[in-house]
Design a protein around this ligand. Sequence first.
Ligand SMILES: CC(C)(COP(=O)(O)OP(=O)(O)OC[C@H]1O[C@@H](n2cnc3c(N)ncnc32)[C@H](O)[C@@H]1OP(=O)(O)O)[C@@H](O)C(=O)NCCC(=O)NCCS
Length: 170
Amino acid sequence: MKAAVRLYRFLRGWRWWRIKFRAWRNGSTLKIGTGSYILSPTVSVSIAPGATLILGNDVCLRRYTTISVLERIEIGDDTLIAEMVTIRDHDHVVSNNPSIPHRKAGFVKAPIVLGKNVWIGNKVTVTKGVRIGSNSVIAANSVVTKDVPTNVIAGGTPARIIKNITSEPM
Ligand SMILES: CC(C)(COP(=O)(O)OP(=O)(O)OC[C@H]1O[C@@H](n2cnc3c(N)ncnc32)[C@H](O)[C@@H]1OP(=O)(O)O)[C@@H](O)C(=O)NCCC(=O)NCCS
C-alpha cells in the first residue's frame, strides 16, 4: 500500500517536473506552492516564453483541464479546478479584414487572477482579464467573462451571481 502511495506521489510530482522543465527551457516563469497537484496526464498546461503562471499551495487540477498562458495567470491557495475547465489569458484578434485568418491576426491578452479557495466547476471557461474573488464558486458549464467578487456562487453564460455565500453559525 505504501509503495502505491509513493508511486502515486511520484507521478503527481513528475507531471509538474515535465511542465517545469518546459517552462525553464522556453524562458517562462512557473511558480508552484506545496501540495498542488495535477490529477491526470490529460491536463494541459502551456506557458509561452516570457509568460508567468503562479499557483499557490494545494491547488488541484482535474482531468482534461487546459491552462494556457501568454501573459500571466495566478491561482490562489486551495483552489479546486474541476474537469474540462479552460483558462486562457488571451484571444485571437478578430480582425476587420476578412483576408487575415483569425489564427494569424495576433493575440489580445489580459492577466487572470483566481483568489484563494475558489471552486471552478466542470466545463467552465474563464476568459482573459477575469478576476475571481476568494471563496467563490463557479457553477458547472459557465463562461466567466467578467470579474466575480469574493464569497459568491456565480453561474451561466455569461456568468452572473446566483447567490451569496454567507457564514452561518455552526
Ligand atoms: C452551483 C452549484 C454548486 C449549486 O449550488 P447551490 O447553492 O446548491 O445552488 P442551487 O442548486 O440552489 O441553485 C441556485 C440557482 O442557481 C442555478 N444554477 C445552479 N447551477 C447552475 C449552473 N451550473 N449554471 C447556471 N445556473 C445554475 C439554479 O438553477 C438556481 O436558479 P434559480 O434560483 O433561478 O432556481 C452546482 O449547481 C454546480 O454547478 N456544481 C458544480 C459541480 C461540479 O462541477 N463538480 C465538479 C467536482 S470538483
